[in-house]
Write a protein that binds this ligand. Structure first.
Ligand SMILES: Cc1cc2nc3c(=O)[nH]c(=O)nc-3n(C[C@H](O)[C@H](O)[C@H](O)COP(=O)(O)O)c2cc1C
Length: 374
């Protein structure tokens, strides 16, 4: 197997095994419409000869927005503008899937909601201090419908598929965490009960979009919380198997509940030695051993030759990168001419700073503050 070879996942063709991992840009307008500035970002990425682009996380429910400046797919009015983004990617040979997300109590943007935020249980979020409403059965049905309707819109817009965001402590990920999920009904308790909502979302989407649409899930291998509070590898393996059974085509493995209170996130800093790269390699290998669908290794992937070696020596089949492609959208083009090329990204997380987007090392992406964008 080679990094640069064409493969198929369901009916999606990937021209190589390098994927852009989801990256919220804080550039959509206040309702979630795509701005010229955001089209430009995706245009640049599209020219980067990547196997697949996963968009930044996108709202499925206008009453749930984990961050400002997210794109929307919560209404039919968004279909046409997404079509343009997709057509640009396809014109350049790159497949593109949209990431769909709900945040629940993990939000930097609580003022936008018309209703109380939802959670699996009414447990105060350690960082945002928001105490959500425990979701009723009807709320769960509504949420499944919101994800499903947005998926149908994504299909109409021409996306090759979608990725459900079930990682990082957002709403679907909270169901998997015993700390956030204290339910006593069949959505809480055992790992299969805690994962049930995600399986139901997947099945509902599959029924609505049919067989010709790729469904992916981004999930944690571990929430990095105190023992017993978060998802851990043995349960993550069970979830991965359950997702495969539910009809998921590919899984991207991440880690960390961002509101664990430990001040850690999935984007590690100071990846300044080769041994600090590809930091979720071991658990991702384990999960890839447990399922037959392809698994994506994410987090700190920085060396082409190392990724090629992982591909040859494990069951991991795809590799996603976020920050390095913000810094250099044409990184893969450079790697194709020189596999030893060292990406410029220094994993400083300057891109993450609240209210700002961009990269200090990418001049084309001028850094703008929230104020500049208003
Ligand atoms: C500015 C920024 C925005 C991000 N937005 C998202 C997002 O919308 N959805 C998501 O699943 N992960 C998001 N992430 C996490 C990345 O997808 C990725 O998991 C993380 O940056 C580690 O990969 P890397 O070392 O290649 O950057 C974001 C990361 C950064 C730095």
């Amino acid at each position: 197997m080679k990094l640069i070879e064409s493969t198929k996942v369901r009916n999606t063709t990937l021209q190589n095994r390098i994927i852009r991992s989801a990256l919220w840009m804080n550039m959509a307008d206040k309702d979630g419409h795509i701005t010229p500035q955001l089209y430009k970002v995706y245009d640049e990425l599209s020219k980067g000869e990547l196997g697949m682009i996963i968009t930044g996380y996108t709202m499925v429910d206008p009453n749930d927005r984990p961050n400002p400046g997210m794109m929307g797919l919560y209404d039919d009015m968004f279909i046409e503008e997404h079509r343009q983004l997709v057509e640009n990617a396809h014109a350049n040979g790159t497949s593109v899937v949209v990431q769909l997300a709900c945040g629940g109590s993990q939000t930097n943007h609580p003022d936008f909601q018309d209703r109380q935020l939802w959670g699996p249980s009414s447990v105060q979020n350690r960082v945002t201090k928001i105490t959500p409403k425990e979701m009723s059965r009807d709320d769960i049905k509504y949420l499944i419908k919101m994800f499903t309707d947005a998926s149908v819109r994504a299909q109409k817009a021409g996306y090759d598929g979608l990725e459900l965001h079930a990682a990082h402590g957002y709403l679907l990920s909270q169901f998997l965490s015993p700390f956030c999920n204290r339910r006593t009904d069949n959505y809480g308790g055992s790992i299969h009960n805690r994962a049930r909502i995600i399986y139901e979302v997947v099945r509902s989407i599959r029924k609505a979009v049919g067989e010709d649409f790729t469904i992916m899930v981004k999930m944690n291998h571990d929430d990095y919380m105190d023992e017993g509070e978060g998802l851990e590898v043995p349960d993550a393996i069970e979830v991965a198997r359950g997702l495969e059974k539910a009809g998921v085509d590919m899984i991207e493995i991440s880690g960390v509940n961002e509101t664990s209170g430990k001040g850690i996130g999935p984007a590690r800093t100071k990846i300044n030695k080769p041994e600090l790269q590809s930091y979720y390699l071991e658990p991702t290998k384990q999960i890839a051993e447990a399922v037959t669908i392809p698994v994506i290794l994410m987090g700190g992937n920085r060396q082409f030759e190392r990724l090629q070696q992982i591909l040859e020596t494990s069951r991991i089949q795809y590799f996603s990168l976020a920050r390095p492609l913000l810094c250099e959208p044409d990184l893969l083009v450079k790697w194709k001419t020189d596999t030893s090329y060292k990406p410029r990204c220094v994993s400083c997380n300057g891109c993450y700073r609240e209210g700002e987007v961009g990269c200090v090392l990418n001049e084309a992406l001028a850094r703008k503050s929230k104020k500049d964008m208003a």
